[in-house]
Design a protein around this ligand. Sequence first.
Ligand code: GZL
Ligand code: ZN
Length: 362
Amino acid sequence: MKRKLAVLLAGTMVMASLVGCGSSDTATTETAASTEEAAETVEETAEETTEEAADDTAASGDLIKVGHAQVGHESDWRAANTQNFQDVFSEANGYDLAFVDSDNDNAAQIEAVRGFIQQEVDYIFLDPIETAGWDTVLQEAQDAGIPVIIVDRSVDADESLYTTAVGTDMVLEGETAGNWLAEYLNGEAANILVIEGTVGASATLGRTEGFNNVAAEHSEWTILDSQDGDFTQAGGQEVMESFIKSYSDFNVVVCQNDNEAYGAMDAMDAAGITYGVDGDVIIISFDATHDGLQYTLDGKINCNVECNPLQATFAEDVLKQLEAGEEVDKFTLVTDEAFVAPGITSQYATTMTQEVLDARAY
Ligand code: GZL
Ligand code: ZN
């Protein structure tokens, strides 16, 4: 909308300056004539300019300018999520997408949102790396009249500071993992190591809270340790290597995303520790990305709890409602499910088969 107004104003100003010039003095008849000609030429040019501007407006002015402040490129899940936003918010679909990869740096991400405000985008999609620190810049966006749609992760800010949010239920994801483990262990003791996600991320906080809610019901479980693996494969490997140095009696490793699980498997392979349905250590992972489900199908990961990255269509739905001037819910839930290795049946999860893997959208 801002773009359209600016272009039309420019067109008007071009016309106004032409009408303002002109000469009444006959002595300068030639000049007047030539001025008239010049004015006609300029007018034609101006018409063209306005037409071009109109074409340009038709081409670009109708584009809704959206800014996407993305977490980073830390995981396969993130890559699928970024691709989904680029596919949905394409020029062909009527959008001018400004994308910033904040490289897992919360301060940089706050500046990215400030940049979108200066660019006067029509909407901001924010996937907050950490829940904290958002009040000031969200207030600035609100003062600038730019709706902010929180996507994927959540902010620890008053909900009056953003228009709406789209995401999954991270606490439920953690509880699903815990409930599956209790069903699978069926009363057996568990010494559990947890490789957490990025410190302060709602995905980390939610999954940890949910899993601990269930662990609290099982006195036969001990959570030996819980360290930050930053949702990366390198982080998962590093934490698992340090765990292996410190603990020898663990039989469950909870990885808060697939890339951490790949790193943990590398570390256990190097230490000769077996895992999966035929191994000594149970692996629980989150994300259910394609490769994560391949490992689950192969029996290397026992249970994989999905977190659906294809959230752009939900985000577009709420944006269209806002464009239409409709009220929107404060939160749109993107549902998840869970998957387990072949040979395991569970009330909380789908048993993996090749067909299940082939049917996945990411
Ligand atoms: C979860 C998402 C998390 C994924 C990780 O919604 O924010 O961030 O679980 C990603 O893979 O890094
Ligand atoms: Zn129990």
